[in-house]
Design a binder for this molecule. Sequence first.
Ligand SMILES: [Fe+2]
Ligand SMILES: [Fe+2]
Length: 209
Amino acid sequence: MDKLEIESYKAEFIKLLKDTGREGVDELIEMLNDGKMRFFTAPASVNHHLNTDGGLLRHSLNTCHAGLKLREMVIAMKPELEDALNKDSVIIATLLHDICKADIYYPTIKKRKGEDGIWREVESYDINYRNFPMGHGEKSAMLALMSGLEIYDDELLAIRWHMAAWDLPMQSSELNRCINAARDEHPLCSLVNLADGIAANLLEWGKEE
Ligand SMILES: [Fe+2]
Ligand SMILES: [Fe+2]
């Protein structure tokens, strides 16, 4: 992804957040821009989808686009969910669900074998959790709170539980009860989980262009 593309995704990300009119958006952007966080240039993964500069930003926007479309579809089919699926809440929770990943990727050079059988040095990333090893969804939720952003319970819970059961320690019955309670109480949790899956598994399906 080139710098111009990253800049235009970044502008869209900031506009979506600012248009919610929430207190603390500027402080949140400042935190994401911080030298340690590098949210706007971080990849979304090392070996999977969007493993390039700006990949995390693009995945966050893909999740937001999917979330907004899903919201419209679900409300058309079940209008009584409109209040529980507030548009600004969908934007906040989808854009921030993976901010935990911003500080775990470090640029490095790796050797990779090309289709011609020749090994070459290529730019890649290493993963290191040392900056703030707090987990995944729980770290994103905590970072959003720590930034000073005005954020509500259902949004925090949707961010915390966006992986659904995929990162639940199976021995913890307490966590099982918490995720079930969050999803029963707040439909936003299921919507953000589905939007993340649509982004990662369908919108980002296939090889990088
Ligand atoms: Fe995630
Ligand atoms: Fe994600």
